[in-house]
Design a protein around this ligand. Structure first.
Ligand code: HEC
Ligand code: HEC
Length: 322
């Protein structure tokens, strides 16, 4: 891996949570077994990239930052709950987590509130339906999960580039988000970046090997000048800003350059980002500001509010051979 790529990884830590999924796959409601399997597979795959990094199904996981999903199911599900109600409540919470909506005050206490992430609503419905239908605490489900993990590498070849790139970006984002959340809670925002960057490099390295891809984040207002967008990337960031102003849906973009596939995905701000990218003395406390100024004397990455375009993920993939 080149030095340039390594440096751009240092940025990833904070990125995490905000990538909009923009997944517009539609699943039709055929009832035959084959399409049910496809739907289940899709739901499990979405859950594995978007939820399990934090809601890890392995109980012995040492780095737990959220309750395992079967615990959540236990709280939201009983014999009286209808499928529709169950889905509605899970989706409502995940779209916009708040203490008012939480029915698990112990979890909020232990782990802090789940950070708001721009998940795709259709994806969440599929995930919630899957959780309703599958007893995630059973051995039967756990064997399915193990099989899924084994098959996963083979099946990724069926995805198109936009989906593949999104999986790569989402996995990176969720893993980094998990770490950022944990370290902010433990040490406060001023120390968070160093810690995250030590995890970001091994993680993204291993993905580069497995998936043959590279991931970086770039922006038009850089904290680290190494993350400044090039001309092509800047043009796409401007397009996203216009789309946001108009209230249009933010869509990713996939292009081919010199025989490589490049996929771009928007990175939006949420409240958590403002601890380090918001307004000094308001959302950024002086200790954090001092740490930032010290490391990045030419920092341009402040002054953001929530739900603005902070930059983009760029995923570079090799072309598949047909
Ligand atoms: C970055 C970590 C993270 C990711 C990713 C994440 N969650 Fe959470 N989630 C948490 C934490 C922490 C809690 C416990 C605190 C709370 O309840 O807010 C939680 C709690 C929940 C709850 C219980 C809410 C309550 O308190 O009643 C639901 C439902 C939930 N998550 C759904 C999801 C779904 C669905 C996904 C994937 C689409 C997901 N989460 C992805 C961190 C995460
Ligand atoms: C704990 C402080 C902190 C938090 C919270 C934080 N960031 Fe950052 N962010 C940084 C630092 C420090 C850098 C520069 C890292 C480097 O040197 O590569 C950075 C860099 C970035 C970059 C790369 C472009 C650049 O300016 O160098 C993006 C994009 C970004 N952050 C987005 C976000 C988003 C979106 C959130 C909220 C989910 C967020 N950050 C939360 C500290 C933070």
């Amino acid at each position: 891996m080149s030095m340039k790529f390594k440096n751009s990884l240092l940025v990833l830590p904070a990125a995490l949570l905000l990538l909009s999924c923009g997944n517009n796959a539609t699943i039709d409601e055929k009832s035959d077994d084959a399409s049910k399997d496809v739907k289940e597979e899709k739901a499990l795959s979405l859950m594995s990239t978007n939820c399990f990094v934090c809601h890890n199904p392995d109980m012995e996981s040492e780095t737990r930052v959220a309750p395992p999903m079967f615990k959540i199911r236990e709280h939201y599900y009983d014999d009286e709950t209808s499928r529709d109600e169950f889905i509605k409540e899970i989706v409502a919470f995940a779209m916009d987590p708040s203490e008012a909506k939480s029915i698990m005050p112990g979890a909020v206490n232990n782990f802090g509130l789940m950070p708001k992430t721009p998940f795709n609503e259709e994806d969440l419905k599929l995930i919630a339906g899957y959780i309703f239908e599958n007893d995630l605490a059973s051995d039967k489900w756990y064997s399915k999960w193990e099989k899924f993990q084994k098959d996963k590498d083979n099946s990724s070849s069926d995805l198109n580039y936009e989906e593949l790139g999104r999986n790569i970006a989402n996995q990176t984002k969720a893993e980094l988000g998990k770490n950022l959340m944990a370290v902010i809670k433990r040490d406060g925002p001023a120390k968070a970046v160093d810690f995250c960057s030590t995890r970001a490099i091994p993680l993204t390295d291993s993905m580069s090997v497995v998936l043959n891809a590279k991931v970086k984040r770039v922006t038009d207002k850089a904290r680290n000048p190494k993350n400044l967008a090039n001309q092509e990337e800047s043009a796409f960031i401007q397009e996203l800003k216009v789309a946001l102003l108009k209230g249009d849906k933010l869509k990713p973009k996939v292009t081919e350059v010199n025989g490589k596939i490049l996929a771009y995905y928007p990175i939006e701000t949420n409240d958590m980002c403002l601890k380090c990218h918001g307004t000094p003395n308001k959302t950024i406390v002086p200790a954090t500001m001092a740490a930032i100024k010290n490391k990045y004397p030419n920092d341009k990455a402040i002054g953001y509010k929530s739900n603005e375009i902070r930059g983009i993920f760029v995923v570079e993939m090799n072309k598949k051979r047909n």
